[in-house]
Design a protein around this ligand. Structure first.
Ligand code: C5P
Length: 227
C-alpha cells in the first residue's frame, strides 16, 4: 500500500480530531492538530500582552513571530502528541475558553498563517499524515488524496465542546461555549486569508446524528480505495 495525505477540515467541534486520531492510529500515520498551533501562537500573544479581549497589537506579534517555536511530542500514555511552545508543554493552557475566545482573531493574520502553513507542509512532506484544521484541503495540501469536510449543528457542536471541558474539570457555561463556537465559525468563514470553506473535491460528512463507528467505517472505505 502507498502512503497518502488525509486533509480534514470543518467548523469548530465537529469531531474532526476524534476521527483524525482514530485514522492515524489505524493507519500508523502521523496526526497533526493544526488548531493547536494557532492556539499556541495565541497563548504566546496573551503572555506577551499583545492581545486581550479589548485590544490586539498584531504588529508586535508579527515582529515577534520568529521567537515562537512550536513542536509536537508524542505522549505514549495519552496516545497523541502534545503541543509545546518554546519547549514548554502547553497542551492544557491552549484548550481554555480564554484562548478559544481570541484564537480566531490571531488566525486572521496572514504572517501567522504563512509561518504555520510552512511548518505544516514540512511535517507532511513524506505523506502518511492526517491533518485537521480549516484550510488543510484548500491551502496546506491542495493535492491531498483524501479530503473530508465535517459539519454538525451548532448545538451538537457546543454540547460536544461543553462535555469535553466539563470532563477536564473546567468551570464552563453552555451559553458561553455556544456563543464562542458560533463566533469562531463566523470569523473563520469570513476572513480574507484562507477562509474556512469546503474544497471542491472534499467529501462532506454531517455527523450531527451519525455514530462514530459508522462514520469511521465509511471513511476507512474511502481510505482503502486510495492506498
Ligand atoms: O481546531 P480548533 O478549534 O482547535 O482551532 C482553533 C482555531 O484556530 C479555529 O477556530 C481557527 O480560528 C484557527 N485555525 C485556523 N486554521 C487551521 C486550524 C485552526 O485558522 N488550519
Amino acid at each position: 500500500t502507498k502512503k497518502i495525505t488525509i486533509a480534514i477540515d470543518g467548523f469548530s467541534s465537529t469531531g474532526k480530531s476524534t476521527i483524525a486520531k482514530q485514522l492515524a492510529k489505524e493507519l500508523g500515520y502521523i496526526y497533526v492538530d493544526t488548531g493547536a498551533m494557532y492556539r499556541a501562537v495565541t497563548l504566546y500573544a496573551m503572555q506577551q500582552n499583545y492581545i486581550s479581549e479589548t485590544f490586539f497589537n498584531s504588529k508586535e506579534l508579527i515582529a515577534d513571530l520568529d521567537n515562537i517555536s512550536l513542536s509536537f511530542t508524542f505522549n505514549e500514555q495519552l496516545g497523541f502528541a502534545e503541543m509545546f511552545l518554546n519547549n514548554v508543554n502547553v497542551e492544557k493552557e491552549i484548550r481554555t475558553i480564554e484562548v478559544s475566545k481570541l484564537v480566531s482573531k490571531v488566525a486572521t493574520i496572514s504572517d501567522v498563517r504563512k509561518k504555520l502553513v510552512k511548518e505544516q507542509q514540512e511535517m507532511g512532506k513524506n505523506k502518511g499524515i492526517v491533518m485537521d484544521g480549516r484550510d488543510i484541503g484548500t491551502v496546506v495540501f491542495p493535492n491531498a488524496e483524501l479530503k473530508l469536510f465535517m459539519t454538525a449543528s451548532a448545538d451538537k457542536r457546543a454540547t460536544r465542546r461543553y462535555k469535553e471541558l466539563l470532563d477536564r474539570g473546567d468551570k464552563v457555561n453552555y451559553e458561553e461555549i455556544l456563543l464562542n463556537v458560533q463566533e469562531r465559525d463566523r470569523i473563520d468563514s469570513t476572513r480574507e486569508d484562507s477562509p474556512l470553506t469546503k474544497a471542491d473535491d472534499a467529501i462532506e460528512f454531517d455527523n450531527s446524528d451519525m455514530g462514530l463507528k459508522e462514520q469511521f467505517e465509511r471513511i476507512m472505505s474511502l481510505v482503502n480505495a486510495r492506498i
